[in-house]
Design a protein around this ligand. Structure first.
Ligand SMILES: Cc1cc2nc3c(=O)[nH]c(=O)nc-3n(C[C@H](O)[C@H](O)[C@H](O)COP(=O)(O)OP(=O)(O)OC[C@H]3O[C@@H](n4cnc5c(N)ncnc54)[C@H](O)[C@@H]3O)c2cc1C
Ligand code: SF4
Length: 568
C-alpha cells in the first residue's frame, strides 16, 4: 500500500487562489482537464441555494424592509455607499472594520469574501472588448502595448459566453463585437424612442440592449448545470434560486466539483507564494487558517492567482524570497503600480412627456447600453480615451399621501401614472499611471499576519475632463431627443466605488515594463499565472468580468498543455 506523507497529501496539480469570477473559471477548466485542483478561498463557504438566506423573502419579512439602519451606515461609511449593500445582501459584503487598509488617498474598496467572491453580487453586464480597445495603449501612448489581439481572445470569449449564458442582440458594431448570445431582452418604449432619435441625429451613437449574464433561454449546457430561465425578479444580489444569472456558485464551482477533481478549502487566507531558489519556480502557497490562525503549506505544479485585482497585488507583494525580495516576479519594480479603475462619477436624469398610452410591467435585470463613441478611431477631444453609458427608462406611479382615512385609502388604491423617466450614467476609462499604486505597510499587519495595504490611487484631470464631456454630450443628446427636466450630477465619489479595479501586475511583451506575458504567466516565474483584473494593461470602458473569464480559460488551456509537455 502506498502511504502518502503529510506533504504529499497537501500536493495538487494546480492551486487556484480565490473562488470568485476568475477563480471559478480556473477551477472548472483545470478539473475538466483532469487536473487535481485545490481552490483556496479566504472567506466562508456559500453553497448555491443552501446559503442564500434572503432569496425568497418579501420586504415585510425583513426587519428593516430591505433598508440599512443608521448604525450600519455609520459603522460602514465605505461599503454603505455601494448600492447593492442592503439588508437583503449585506451578508455577502466585507464590512469596513473587518478588513482594514490604509487610504493614502481616499479609495472605496468594495469586497466580497466568500465562495463565489463578488460573482454573487455583480450587475452581470458583459461586453466584449474590440481590437480598438486592445490598440488603445499603443495608439495613444499611455501604457505599454497589449501583448494579445482581439483575434486571439475571440474564440475564448465565445467559449465562456456559451457556458455562462449571455443574453444580447447582434448589433454589428466595430466597437463592441457580437458574441455567442442567448435571445436579447427588450428595450422599453422610451428607450426605443431614444434609440430611434440617436440613430436619426448622430452617425456614431448607438443605443442597444445591454448584454448580460442571464439565461433568457437556457441551452442544454445550462440545464446540465442545474440552472433555469431568469424570471426577471431583479433580486439577483441575494443569490438566485433558479441560477438565472451566472455566478461561480451556480455554475463553474459546482461543475468543477462534479468532476471529483476539485478540493475547495474555505476560510483559508493565502499569505504568500513559496518560491524555491534551487528549482527556480514557485512550489506552493502558505495558508493561514481564518479561525485558528495556524499556517499550513500546500504544494502544486501550477498556481493561479485570482484573488481579485487588489488582493492579487497584495499576495504577490507579500511573496518575498531571496530571489525576489520586492515581491514575486518583481524584477521590474513595477508590481503594484499602474492601478486603474472605472469612472462612473457622472449621471443624468430626465423626463419624457410623450408615450402616455404605454406603461411598464414586470422586471428586467438589465438596461440599455450606449457603447463608447469618443476618440474611438482618432483623438478628437481634450481628454484621452472615452466612456460608454448605461441608459434606462421606465414609468412609475405615485399616490397622494397627504390625507388620512378613506381618502388616503382611495388614493393608495388608485395611484396615478407619472411621466416616463429616463437616465444615463457614464462608464469611463481611466489611464493607468505609475503613481496610482498599492504598497505594503512596513510594520502594520492584519489579524491573519498579512501586511496592511496602502492605497495610493486617485482620479486626475483627464477624468474630470471626461466627466464634463459626458455631462455636455448627454445633456445635448437628451435635449435633442425631446426630454425635459434634465438634471446632471457629478458624484465626486472617490476612486474605487465603481468596483472595477484593475492593474498592478500588467501584461506586456517586455519584462522590463510588464509583469505578465501574453499567456498571463509571470515573466520570471513561469508556473504562476494571474488572470483577474490585476493583469489588465488598460481598462477600456466595458464591464471587465467577461474578459477575465476569457483570459482565465485561455491561460488554463495553455498551462495544461505546458504541463503535459513538461515545461511547468
Ligand atoms: C455591486 C457590483 C456590481 C458589479 N457589476 C459588474 C458588472 O455588471 N459587470 C462586470 O463585469 N463586473 C461587475 N462587477 C465586478 C465583478 O464582480 C468583478 O469584476 C469580479 O467579481 C472580479 O472577479 P475576481 O475573480 O477577480 O474577484 P472576486 O469575484 O471578488 O473573487 C475573488 C475571491 O478571492 C478571495 N480572496 C481574496 N484574497 C484572498 C486570499 N489572500 N486568500 C484566499 N482567497 C482570497 C475573495 O474572498 C474572493 O472570494 C460588479 C461588482 C459589484 C460588487
Ligand atoms: S432577475 Fe433572474 S437571475 Fe435575477 S434573481 Fe430574478 S430570476 Fe434570478
Amino acid at each position: 500500500m502506498n502511504i502518502l506523507t503529510n506533504a504529499e497529501k497537501r500536493t495538487y496539480g494546480a492551486i487556484v487562489i480565490g473562488s470568485g469570477m476568475a477563480g471559478g473559471w480556473a477551477a472548472k477548466e483545470f478539473c475538466d482537464k483532469g487536473i487535481k485542483t485545490l481552490v483556496l478561498e479566504r472567506g466562508r463557504k456559500v453553497t448555491h441555494n443552501e446559503d442564500y438566506p434572503t432569496t425568497l423573502l418579501s420586504p415585510w419579512e425583513m426587519e428593516h424592509r430591505g433598508q440599512l439602519t443608521k448604525q450600519e451606515i455609520d459603522e460602514n461609511p465605505i461599503i454603505s455607499k455601494c448600492y447593492a449593500f442592503r439588508e437583503d445582501a449585506k451578508h455577502f459584503f466585507v464590512k469596513d472594520a473587518e478588513h482594514p487598509y490604509i487610504q493614502d488617498k481616499p479609495f472605496d474598496w468594495i469586497r466580497g469574501y466568500q465562495t463565489g467572491g463578488k460573482s454573487l453580487l455583480w450587475a452581470r453586464q458583459t461586453q466584449r472588448w474590440s481590437q480598438l480597445d486592445f490598440d488603445g495603449p499603443a495608439r495613444d501612448g499611455f501604457a505599454v502595448p497589449w501583448p494579445i489581439t482581439y483575434k486571439e481572445i475571440d474564440p475564448w470569449y465565445s467559449y465562456v459566453e456559451h457556458f455562462a449564458g449571455i443574453s444580447g442582440n447582434k448589433d454589428g458594431l466595430d466597437s463592441l463585437p457580437d458574441g455567442d448570445f442567448l435571445p436579447p431582452m427588450e428595450l422599453t418604449c422610451v428607450e426605443k424612442h431614444f434609440q430611434k432619435e440617436m440613430k436619426r441625429l448622430y452617425a456614431d451613437r448607438h443605443v442597444i440592449i445591454g448584454r448580460c449574464a442571464h439565461l433568457t433561454e437556457p441551452r442544454d449546457i445550462h440545464i446540465q448545470q442545474g440552472r433555469g430561465t431568469c424570471l426577471g425578479r431583479n433580486l439577483c444580489q441575494r443569490g438566485c434560486p433558479y441560477g438565472g444569472y451566472f455566478s461561480a456558485n451556480s455554475s463553474t464551482l459546482p461543475w468543477a466539483a462534479k468532476t471529483g477533481n476539485m478540493t475547495l478549502r474555505t476560510d483559508s487566507v493565502v499569505h504568500s507564494i513559496i518560491y524555491d531558489d534551487k528549482k527556480q519556480k514557485a512550489v506552493g502557497v502558505r495558508v493561514v487558517d481564518a479561525h485558528t490562525k495556524e499556517m499550513v503549506e500546500y504544494y502544486a505544479k501550477v498556481i493561479f492567482v485570482t484573488a481579485a485585482a487588489i488582493n492579487t497585488n497584495l499576495i504577490l507583494l507579500n511573496s518575498k524570497s531571496s530571489r525576489f525580495p520586492n515581491g514575486l516576479g518583481n524584477d521590474s519594480g513595477l508590481l503594484g503600480t499602474h492601478v486603474a479603475f472605472h469612472n462612473y462619477r457622472a449621471s443624468l436624469s430626465a423626463e419624457y412627456e410623450g408615450l402616455l398610452d404605454y406603461k411598464t410591467s414586470g422586471g428586467r435585470p438589465n438596461s440599455g447600453y450606449i457603447p463608447r463613441f469618443r476618440n474611438l478611431y482618432k483623438q478628437e477631444t481634450n481628454f484621452l480615451r472615452g466612456y460608454a453609458a448605461g441608459m434606462s427608462g421606465g414609468r412609475g406611479t405615485h399616490a397622494d399621501q397627504s390625507s388620512v382615512g378613506e381618502s388616503l385609502k382611495n388614493s393608495l388604491l388608485n395611484p396615478k401614472w407619472s411621466n416616463w423617466y429616463a437616465g444615463s450614467h457614464m462608464m469611463g476609462e481611466t489611464i493607468p499611471k505609475e503613481s496610482n499604486k498599492v504598497t505594503l505597510d512596513a510594520t502594520k499587519i492584519d489579524a491573519w499576519g498579512m501586511p496592511l495595504l496602502h492605497m495610493d490611487v486617485s482620479y486626475d484631470n483627464n477624468d474630470d475632463l471626461m466627466v464634463k464631456d459626458f455631462i455636455d454630450q448627454f445633456t445635448e443628446m437628451y435635449e435633442k431627443a425631446g426630454f425635459k427636466n434634465i438634471k446632471t450630477r457629478d458624484s465626486h465619489a472617490p476612486a474605487g466605488l465603481d468596483i472595477h479595479e484593475m492593474g498592478g501586475v500588467r501584461m506586456g511583451s517586455d519584462p522590463k515594463t510588464s509583469l505578465l506575458n501574453k499567456w498571463n504567466q509571470l515573466h520570471h516565474v513561469k508556473n504562476v499565472f494571474v488572470t483577474d483584473g490585476a493583469c489588465m494593461t488598460s481598462t477600456s470602458t466595458q464591464n471587465p468580468s467577461l474578459t477575465y473569464m476569457a483570459f482565465t480559460a485561455r491561460a488554463v488551456d495553455f498551462a495544461v498543455k505546458e504541463m503535459k509537455k513538461g515545461n511547468l
